[in-house]
Design a protein around this ligand. Sequence first.
Ligand SMILES: [Zn+2]
Ligand SMILES: [Zn+2]
Length: 422
Amino acid sequence: MEINYLQRVFQAYYKERKSEIPSVSTINNREFGFIPWNKAIMIRHMGFKDLQALKDYLIESSPRHVYSSGSLYSMPENTNMDQKGYQGCDLIVDIDVDHFYTSCKDDHDIWICKECDSSGKGMITKCPKCGSLKFSTLNWICEECLETAKNEIIKLLEEFLVPDFDISLEQAKIAFSGHRGYHLKIENDKIRALTTHERREIADYLTGHNISFEILGLQQIGSNIYGLIGNNLDWSQKIINKIKDILRNYSDNQIKDLLFQFGFNKNVVKSFINSKQDFLYTITNNTHNLWNIEGFGINNWKKFLKGIIHQIGVEIDEPVLIDIHRLIRYPGSLHGKTGFKVQELTIKQLYDFNPLNENRDDLNPIIFESKKNMQKIKIVESEVPKTKIKGDTYGPYFKDEIIEVPNHIAIFLLCKEVAVPV
Ligand SMILES: [Zn+2]
Ligand SMILES: [Zn+2]
């Protein structure tokens, strides 16, 4: 019943606000995919001759999820991947808080073990009670994790793609995904021609995975450790700058926390703090490049640098960047798990963008917002974390509770499948 209801709500949006649905470049060369309301499978290999044809389809079918390809094909409707007439693929980066830790998840992400029935909050890779890998999760949204994801996109553009790949900000198409993250699409001819292998190298570069410390200059000669040479590669420069920033601007307590996070013990941390002024002098002045700190052998330096690289690298979803057959959410469409709009943004609009409390009407993804229009729904999930949208907090709620909430909150909870209409 709520399925029919939500489909009608989505249909009304596609009908009434069709003028706001943007085109993507060369829309007739893109493959489209849809997930309907009644089945959790994607219908792929669809094509549209123009934006109007797509809009007609959206009004008629109003699917739960709408996607289009980063790739261009001469025959996007051909069901055989090898016969689609592949012409190239935009670079697509997906930054989704599902893939990295934020401390707020300890408040709002719930897991339930399917093996032993225990449950808890936070991000887990296995059940902490019984070790089982089979658990279900209820992942929630909050301003804090969305802000983290946004900052990763800004970092990706300003610290990597623009300076290191010669990409202009105009070629970057940014979108709020409608749920827990952001997408970035880079459209230029050079990028479109990249092979899968080259895309993997870009992914490694952005995350900092598989960096060779030896190539960056780290080496041991006798009992001396020689450190990174700040100017020989983009990454060594990024690392040196980050270390300088930490040594100059972090308090001793902040440095301690960071080093504990990297996995160092008390004695090593104390020794590092005692030597921090000397170390800063060494990496700032080019008189010598000896990184000799008591307790730091070559392995501890590698551990330290790994930690620093993790601070600098971007938390991207690697398979999305590498796989040329991926589909990503279509801008202007609705996300079926929230009822929020996939909102396109320029980099300038992104800086102040706050999807859960956006005050610029044309950028507001919460399109069903209504303070007057209330709806009664019943909670069907054992526990629903609290939700803060438009400055108001709703919940937490528990199973069988009947609540009366504004339209956009009701649609959000129905889309999340934690409530049903009454
Ligand atoms: Zn368990
Ligand atoms: Zn959060």
